[in-house]
Design a protein around this ligand. Structure first.
Ligand code: ZN
Length: 162
């Protein structure tokens, strides 16, 4: 079983790096945030449109490692079409799974995202996998940027430049 989940994980990471879903820039987003993970150098820009209380469009781009990119790709696919509360539920569950607080065998809404459950045994990569979710949370809550290295102050004011 461990071998299986490990090879599935690697397959998913490769697939989403070859063909990232919802990769690009969104015109006229209603919500937008930039996330940084200084430990790895990941930088993600996530933009979305909420219409009728649903996430109708979402896109991401940036410079990130394979784990971060795959997590972002799967996240955008998972939350597209969801309401904001449903998206927040997924954010919470993913964070809890990645930090070992949620057992993926327990009932949850994560679906295929549980391929990331092994990340909790790789402390240096947890932040890579969580960064897209932190950034989505910031975007939904009208924060413009977040950093994984500002635990007591989740909103780190960093200038955004292209
Ligand atoms: Zn990374």
């Amino acid at each position: 079983m461990m071998m299986n989940s490990k090879s599935l994980y690697q397959e998913v990471i490769l697939d989403h790096n070859r063909k990232p879903r919802n990769y690009g820039v969104l015109d006229n987003p209603s919500h937008h945030a930039v996330g940084h993970n200084p430990l790895c150098g990941d930088r993600l820009d996530i933009a979305l449109k909420i219409e009728n209380d649903q996430i109708s469009h979402i896109a991401f781009h940036g410079e990130s490692c394979a784990i971060c990119k795959a997590s972002a790709s799967m996240m955008t696919a998972a939350v597209k079409g969801k309401t904001r509360p449903d998206a927040e539920t997924l954010i919470q569950e993913f964070r809890d799974m990645a930090t070992g607080k949620l057992d993926p065998e327990q009932p949850n809404h994560l679906g295929r995202l549980t391929v990331f459950s092994g990340i909790r045994d790789l402390p240096t990569r947890v932040k890579c996998a969580i960064l897209p979710w932190h950034t989505l949370h910031a975007a939904l809550n009208a924060l413009t940027s977040v950093s994984t290295e500002s635990d007591d102050d989740p909103v780190q004011a960093t200038s955004v430049s292209d």
